[in-house]
Write a protein that binds this ligand. Sequence first.
Ligand code: FAD
Length: 381
Amino acid sequence: MQRTIFDDDHEAFRDTCRTFVDRQLRPNQEKHIANHEFGREMWLEMGKQDLLGLNIPTEYGGAGVEDPRFALVLAEELSKLAFAYSSCVGIHADCVAPYLVDLCTPEQKQRWLPKFCTGELVTAIAMTEPSGGSDLANRKTAVVRDGDDWILNGSKTFITNGYSADLVLVAARTSPEKKARGITLFGVETGMPGFERGRKLDKVGQPESDTAELFFADVRVPAANVIGQVDMGFIYMMERLVAERIGAAVSDIAHARQILDETIAYVKERHAFGQPIGSFQANKHKLAELVTQCEVTQAFLDACVLQQVDKTLSAVDAAKAKWWASDVQNSVLDACVQLWGGYGYMNEYRVARAWADARVTRIWAGSNEIMKELIGRDLGL
Ligand SMILES: Cc1cc2nc3c(=O)[nH]c(=O)nc-3n(C[C@H](O)[C@H](O)[C@H](O)COP(=O)(O)OP(=O)(O)OC[C@H]3O[C@@H](n4cnc5c(N)ncnc54)[C@H](O)[C@@H]3O)c2cc1C
């Protein structure tokens, strides 16, 4: 089905993104996999091509674009190569950017945003802790006031860009008695004494991304690094998770659709019993189902995106989009592996990697069970 939410400017931008992917990322993908990160030179290259500061005001070196569709086009094109690229770039340019733009002081913006746009400053956001990620209000990482500074202690885990980030937004408990209303966001920077990183975590998929544990031992964070207001962190996170979930859902379906298209080409070439495997009725019907699942999902996501453009998208609809798209992505990719037969299980094949890359999308950005909790609550249950 023809999509109707993009105009000529979005499509021209899509061409720019594709060129970047084909010239800069694709030839270097094996190196990124071996290194478990795509490296500073790639961040700087993205900065040079104005791909990192789409939503950052022009006075700080960004493109000053308010239309979220441009960032989503970039996310789609990155995830078509490999999901890790849209994860890492999405955390920096889509998830962290709104916190910096909406909540930071002019001094903080001047300090961080120009380098954010050039790729000299890579960012991450650290909410999840070893003791749990779903119950976001229950953070154990804590800070106490010491004069003008805050002393931070605790740890975070599974943090995307965690190994390479120069600035990490850390959610920490400031007022234990206030529960969800006692969490504050702090900008923790590389080089602050007591801030250490663990190894790059060995994941099932997405080997191009660096995911790490972070440790804070008596880290002295100046008051000038508080993001927004003290005790407002939980509310800030809830407000911005809507955009994060739509970004995730859009990437999920672009990723699945790309591999599905590659699979359709494959089943026309691969023969068994003297005929293309795609011509067996069982496979033909299966592919008809997969294409339909992707397109129906895409229609719902595109409606969500238009509501995001109008700023009317609800948290509940974003939750529906997130769980549904990640479920469809996983079931489509699983069926694609089946259609590739033994090759589908080999890591050198894109379909195998995509299948492993996708597994986490039902877990992160709020697990699918948590998404259903939100939807169920909205039903008054
Ligand atoms: C590759 C990767 C990258 C990530 N990147 C980041 C990042 O950049 N920043 C960040 O902060 N976090 C990140 N995460 C963490 C991710 O958001 C969490 O893993 C996720 O929120 C789940 O938290 P948990 O792993 O602690 O699972 P838990 O909270 O322990 O949950 C375990 C299981 O219990 C279920 N469960 C929990 N509560 C309920 C309930 N009320 N009802 C029903 N079921 C429930 C969950 O759905 C899940 O299936 C990343 C994770 C991965 C794997």
